[in-house]
Design a binder for this molecule. Structure first.
Ligand code: KMH
Ligand code: ZN
Length: 285
């Protein structure tokens, strides 16, 4: 054997993000979905114990409907910080019905991280609206407030828009650039290995880390492709409600445990929350 360096770089530890709730599934359809603050904190603790390092948070009101109520968001951030060490990422995507001005206010709750979607996308029968002026305002606000964004990329065009954003406004707070490929949304890029490879190849050179998630039945396909390309994983009931055909997810920690198992097969230990803070350079609060 020659002493050639291997083209397979060591991707290091595995960041597992859990997205436990989302905005699309109703409590009536899925009673095990964590929608109350107590359920969310309990879920977060169990997912941390199972190997998650970051939590992507959508909250609900007393009727279990999606809300961006600022008081509730603040209480949620505080309760998650109190009960776990997880990096707390608030969704600025909300639900497809949330107005843009309410979505900007999410940063007032001072999370460690916020999601930031890089373009408008068809979302089933709805439209998930992210016009360019909204993206740039939210991005500059995240810089000002010292909140680390996670760039949500639903399509190859969103990758292109990320180049444009970083070229015009520079690096995020903390200097790291972390992205999440959200694949297989009806209206976005498909949850295929080919699409993942194309999107990863097109990422800006300044990207320091990326994860991927596949919605619905694409979940395992995307996870395996992401591991194969050295990426990180997002899992959770926001994205998938079954473990296999006809087998419902009973708790988010099952999805985290499966991600840990896949990571171990790929010889990647799960990252601790402290290691995730270091990777993403989130502000000490
Ligand atoms: N609920 C979707 C319309 C995000 O959290 O930033 C948007 C979403 C993305 O889930
Ligand atoms: Zn979300």
């Amino acid at each position: 054997m020659s002493a050639m360096t291997s083209p397979v770089a060591d991707p290091g530890k595995l960041l597992i993000t859990v997205a436990p709730t989302g905005a699309e599934t109703s409590k009536d359809d899925c009673p095990q979905l964590p929608t109350t603050l107590a359920e969310l904190v309990d879920t977060a603790k169990r997912c941390e114990a199972a190997g998650a390092a970051m939590v992507h948070v959508h909250i609900r009101d007393d009727e279990h409907r999606p809300t961006l109520d600022l008081g509730r968001l603040g209480d949620t951030v505080a309760a998650l910080r109190e009960g776990t060490d997880l990096v707390v990422q608030l969704s600025t995507g909300g639900s497809v019905h949330d107005p843009l001005d309410r979505r900007l206010k999410v940063l007032d709750a001072q999370p460690d991280s916020c999601s930031l979607t890089m373009g408008t996308t068809n979302f089933g029968d709805d439209v998930f609206s992210n016009p360019w002026p909204f993206i740039t305002e939210l991005y500059q606000l995240s810089q000002e407030r010292e909140v680390v964004p996670e760039f949500e990329l639903f399509d190859l065009g969103h990758v292109h828009a990320l180049h444009r954003l970083l070229d015009k406004f520079g690096l995020p707070y903390g200097g790291r650039v972390h992205c999440d490929l959200v694949m297989n949304v009806p209206g976005g890029m498909p949850g295929t290995a080919d699409a993942l490879v194309a999107a990863v190849a097109a990422l800006p050179g300044v990207v320091t880390s990326w994860s991927a998630t596949g919605i619905g039945r694409a979940t395992l396909n995307v996870a395996l492709a992401a591991l194969s390309k050295g990426g990180h994983l997002r899992v959770g009931m926001e994205d998938v409600l079954t473990l296999a055909k006809g087998v419902p997810v009973e708790h988010n920690d099952q999805l985290v445990a499966r991600a840990v198992e896949l990571g171990r097969l790929a010889q990647r230990e799960p990252m601790t929350p402290a290691e995730a803070r270091d990777l993403l350079q989130v502000k000490r609060r």
